[in-house]
Design a protein around this ligand. Structure first.
Ligand code: CA
Length: 224
């Protein structure tokens, strides 16, 4: 899961990023309105953790921009105490939840997990696709009821495929999703190839069908 953390206070921003990285999220950071607006214009995120008061503008305008381009992105607003208006406007604009500063990191994590479950998995705890079952709480996949261990990247890749069924996902989009935009994408194409290969092998070796189709010259498509 790829998260953009928009927050101008470096202490808070880096603490959140460090914590979420340990929890297995790919994190990017933006510390000004302009940086955040540019990132939501250029890249896709599963989630935004969004501060409202930013140098150069309001987080609410970042939210407006985001919801116009990619309404499916989950948003958690970080708000200061006594800023009820921001919260209400934010929720009206399509934010999913808010957290008032100061907060405890495990609470942030729990809120993000709940938000992802609601947004991507329609409230259910397990994602089922044919004979494949994925439990987002434990990161374990089952094929025909048999648990199969995945690496973190394989798990993220599988979730990305399952939530984007029948769409051609380019190697660039996959690389960006798994590693963020600060890696040299060309270097990652081989890595994408081997993660796809390994994931496909783990599914088929356990009796699953091969749902990952190679679209020559473009990337991959996941579906029946
Ligand atoms: Ca701020």
């Amino acid at each position: 899961m790829k998260v953009l953390i928009v927050e101008d206070e470096p202490g808070i921003r880096e603490t959140i990023a460090g914590y979420l990285q340990k929890e297995g999220y790919v994190c990017e950071q933006a510390e000004t309105y302009d940086a955040a607006a540019e990132k939501v214009e250029l890249y896709e995120y599963d989630l935004l953790v969004l501060d409202i008061t930013l140098p150069g503008g309001s987080g609410l305008d970042v939210l407006r921009k985001l919801k116009k381009n990619r309404p499916e992105t989950g948003v958690l607003i970080l708000s200061a105490k006594n800023s009820l208006d921001d919260k209400i406007i934010g929720l009206d604009l399509g934010a999913d939840d808010y957290l008032t500063k100061p907060f405890h990191l495990p609470e942030l994590n729990a809120r993000l997990k709940a938000l992802l479950r609601r947004r991507f998995f329609k409230g259910s705890t397990a994602i089922v696709f044919e004979e494949i079952e994925i439990d987002p709480a434990s990161n374990v996949m089952q094929v025909h009821g048999q648990p199969v261990e995945l690496t973190r990247k394989e798990y993220d890749l599988l979730i990305y495929f399952v939530t984007n069924q029948n769409r051609v996902l380019t190697k660039a989009a996959i690389a960006e999703h798994l590693w963020g935009d600060y890696m040299d994408l060309a270097d990652n194409f081989d890595l994408v190839y081997s993660h796809v290969k390994n994931l496909r092998k783990k599914i088929t070796e356990h009796g699953g069908s091969d749902y990952i189709k190679t679209v020559y010259g473009m990337g991959y498509k996941f579906g029946r």
